[in-house]
Design a protein around this ligand. Structure first.
Ligand SMILES: [Fe+2]
Length: 323
C-alpha cells in the first residue's frame, strides 16, 4: 500500500543545513494522508479532561510508554499538568513534564498497514542506506505515538547507540501547523560551540541534553505529512517543547530509531559537567608567567634550580661585600 514511499526516500536529496538530514515535504499521497488523519486511532474526538483523554486513547489501543523526559504514570502526569510545579524527576535541562503513548492495537485496516509499514525492513533499510548505516548491525524500534502537553526534550544530538532517527508529522488537528509542539532543529550558539569538537574527539563519552539557551533554532518541522530523518552525530541537535491544548487534538508522529546492536556502555558527562561558562566556577588565578612555567617542572628540579639561583645570589653579594 505504501511502497511508493521507498522510491521517494531513494530519490530524495539529503540536506546539509543545519546538519545532514533527509526532508520529504509530502510523504503520503493526499488520499492516504486523508485516510490516516481521519482514522479513529489518529483523530480522537474533543475531550473534557485529561483523564477522559487517557480513557479515549486506551480505548483506541494506545498505551503509555517509557520515553525520554516522560513519566509512565497517568496520575503523576495529570497532577503535574494541573499545577505545572517543577518535579524532582524532571531532567535539569527541562521545564516540562511529558507523557507519551504508543498505539499497540490499531483497530482499522489503514492504521494497521501503516504501523506494519514503518516497522518493516524495506522502509527501515531504505532509510539506513540513505545514511550509509549498516542496517544488519542495528535493530528497529518504532511506532505511532501521541505526545501530550508539556512533553519536552531539551536540545540533544541523540545518544551514540542510536544509528538513525525518523519522524513523520501526522497531526489530525487542522490548526496543528500554528501550534507550539513541533521539533526544533538546532545549532549551538558560538559561545557553546566548544561542545561539538569535544563530543567528536571523545567517542567514549556519550552526548547529553543541554539547556535551551545554549542553542539556536535553525528550522522547525511544522509541516504536516513531512518526514525528517538523520543519523545522529555530535552536530544533530534537536529538541521539542510542547505547549498546547491536547484535548482538541494531539501531537501525533510516526517515530522510530535504528539502534546499534553491539553498542558499548559509555561514560556520561551531563551539561552541568560541560558548562565552561558557569559563573560559579572558581576564578582563573593570575599567576606570573614565571610561576606558571615553574609549576610545570618536577618538584626535585624546581628545588635544584632554586638552590642554584640562591648560590649565584650569594656569590654576587659576597663579591659586592669584598669591594
Ligand atoms: Fe532525539
Amino acid at each position: 500500500m505504501f511502497e511508493y514511499i521507498l522510491e521517494k526516500i531513494e530519490n530524495a536529496e539529503l540536506r546539509s543545513a543545519p546538519y545532514r538530514h533527509l526532508y520529504i515535504a509530502d510523504l503520503f499521497s493526499q488520499e492516504h494522508l486523508d485516510a490516516i488523519l481521519n482514522a479513529p486511532e489518529i483523530r480522537i474526538p474533543p475531550q473534557q479532561s485529561d483523564d477522559a483523554l487517557f480513557d479515549a486513547l486506551y480505548a483506541r489501543g494506545y498505551k503509555i510508554v517509557n520515553f525520554p523526559g516522560c513519566t509512565t504514570e497517568q496520575k503523576k502526569y495529570v497532577d503535574w499538568h494541573k499545577s505545572r510545579e517543577p518535579d524532582d524527576t524532571m531532567n535539569s535541562a527541562c521545564e516540562g513534564f511529558g507523557i507519551t503513548l504508543r498505539l499497540f492495537e490499531p483497530g482499522s485496516g489503514t492504521i494497521a498497514s501503516l504501523r506494519d509499514f514503518i516497522a518493516s525492513e524495506p522502509f527501515n533499510a531504505a532509510l539506513a542506506r540513505k545514511f550509509d548505516v549498516r542496517y544488519e548491525k542495528t535493530f528497529r524500534d518504532n511506532g505511532i505515538q501521541k505526545y501530550l502537553d508539556g512533553y519536552e526534550i531539551s536540545p540533544h544530538p541523540d545518544n551514540r547507540n542510536k544509528a538513525l532517527t525518523f519522524m513523520v508529522n501526522v497531526n489530525p488537528h487542522a490548526d496543528s501547523e500554528s501550534l507550539d509542539h513541533h521539533t526544533h532543529y538546532m545549532t549551538l550558539k558560538p559561545e557553546r560551540s566548544y561542545l561539538t569538537p569535544f563530543w567528536e574527539h571523545n567517542p567514549d563519552i556519550d552526548t547529553c541534553w543541554v539547556p535551551w539557551d545554549w542553542c539556536e533554532t535553525v528550522e522547525q518541522q511544522i509541516r504536516n505529512n513531512s518526514l525528517v530523518a538523520f543519523a545522529p552525530s555530535p552536530e544533530t541537535l534537536h529538541g521539542v517543547r510542547a505547549r498546547y491544548d491536547h484535548l482538541h487534538g494531539q501531537r501525533t508522529q510516526l517515530y522510530g530509531n535504528l539502534w546499534y546492536s553491539d553498542a558499548d556502555e559509555l561514560r556520561r558527562l551531563d551539561w552541568e559537567d560541560l558548562d565552561l561558562r558557569d559563573p560559579t566556577r572558581r576564578p582563573v588565578s593570575r599567576k606570573s608567567a614565571k610561576s606558571r612555567i615553574a609549576a610545570l617542572l618536577p618538584q626535585s628540579l624546581r628545588r635544584r634550580i632554586k638552590r642554584a639561583m640562591k648560590r649565584d645570589t650569594d656569590t654576587v653579594v659576597k663579591v659586592r661585600l669584598r669591594k
